[in-house]
Design a binder for this molecule. Structure first.
Ligand SMILES: [Zn+2]
Ligand SMILES: [Zn+2]
Length: 290
């Protein structure tokens, strides 16, 4: 387990080999294979080469492996990544917050690179860019190292132009920082879209990493009630540590009762009292069943 305590890479300690290993996913049902990739000697403008410190297994990685999600293959999976800059292109001078970038910096970066120029990019939808490239979701092009080293399950990642990188503050460990560009940012987008205010009632369906992040953010935003549902008890317990005020195992729940709860939560005009009644009724139903 690597953390920020491992310290910043020192320039004199950076020894870049000619090749780097990566785990390649070919197709569903086939073992992932280790492969050597040539590392670029020259870095283009606004690009960087990063030595991977840490990469998570996101739900979408598992979905690709199981076949539930179809991606172009072969590819290097992994998109929630923390790494150290080992080579820096000429024009990649500042990170997304305007901090000067240097070789050795510990960084994370946006899940995708976009052109910044097309209709979607100009209309604040870079995630729909016509030239979109997503880390951990882009197939390998053997002739082009830039388009190959784009996944976290390898020793190196090539940061392509159009990516926004962020220096990770020293007091945040790799493990905490890694999911910021997918799990946390997905939840932040949802929270910003619906808007959570002081005293609000929030229902979160599912206690995976997104649900746990949502609990923490809803709590931070001042939600009065944070109700989390799941079908696994251990997840419900964990959610309480992240701010859930009520948890509910919906494994055998009456769907009619549950949709009533949803109706109440999604209609902001309904009163808190009505919600409490709905939740209590559900909890009572659960008690009577066991
Ligand atoms: Zn993800
Ligand atoms: Zn674009």
């Amino acid at each position: 387990m690597k953390t920020a305590d491992a310290g910043k890479l020192l320039l004199e300690n950076i020894n870049i080999p000619k090749t780097g290993k990566a785990a390649v996913f070919n197709k569903v049902g086939e073992d992932i294979s280790l492969k050597d990739f040539s590392l670029p000697e020259k870095i283009e403008n606004k690009a960087a080469l990063v030595k991977v410190r840490f990469s998570t297994i996101c739900g979408s990685d598992l979905h690709t492996i199981s076949g539930r999600r179809v991606e172009p293959t072969p590819l290097i999976l992994g998109h929630e990544i923390i790494g150290d800059i080992v080579k820096l292109g000429d024009d990649l001078v500042y990170d997304g917050q305007g901090e000067k970038l240097e070789i050795g910096d510990r960084i994370s970066w946006t899940i995708m690179a976009s052109c910044g120029d097309c209709y979607f990019c100009r209309n604040n939808l870079p995630q729909k860019c016509v030239d979109l490239k997503k880390y951990g979701h882009t197939s390998i092009d053997d002739k082009d190292v830039k388009s190959s080293l784009l996944g976290g399950y390898g020793e190196y990642v090539y940061i392509i132009p159009g990516t926004t990188v962020y220096k990770v503050p020293e007091n945040i460990s790799d493990e905490i920082a890694a999911p910021a560009n997918c799990a946390l940012s997905t939840v932040m987008n949802a929270v910003e879209t619906i808007g959570i205010n002081q005293g609000d009632i929030v229902l979160i369906q599912g206690g995976g990493l997104l649900g746990l992040n949502a609990c923490a953010i809803a709590k931070e935003a001042g939600a009065a009630e944070i109700i989390l549902t799941d079908i696994i008890d251990s997840r419900l317990e964990l959610a309480k540590k992240f701010g859930a005020t009520k948890t509910l195992n919906i494994k055998d729940i009456d769907l009619k009762e549950f949709s009533m709860l949803l109706d109440v939560v999604t209609n902001k005009k309904e009163s808190m009292l009505q919600l409490k009644f709905a939740v209590q009724k559900l909890l009572l139903t659960r008690l009577l069943q066991h």
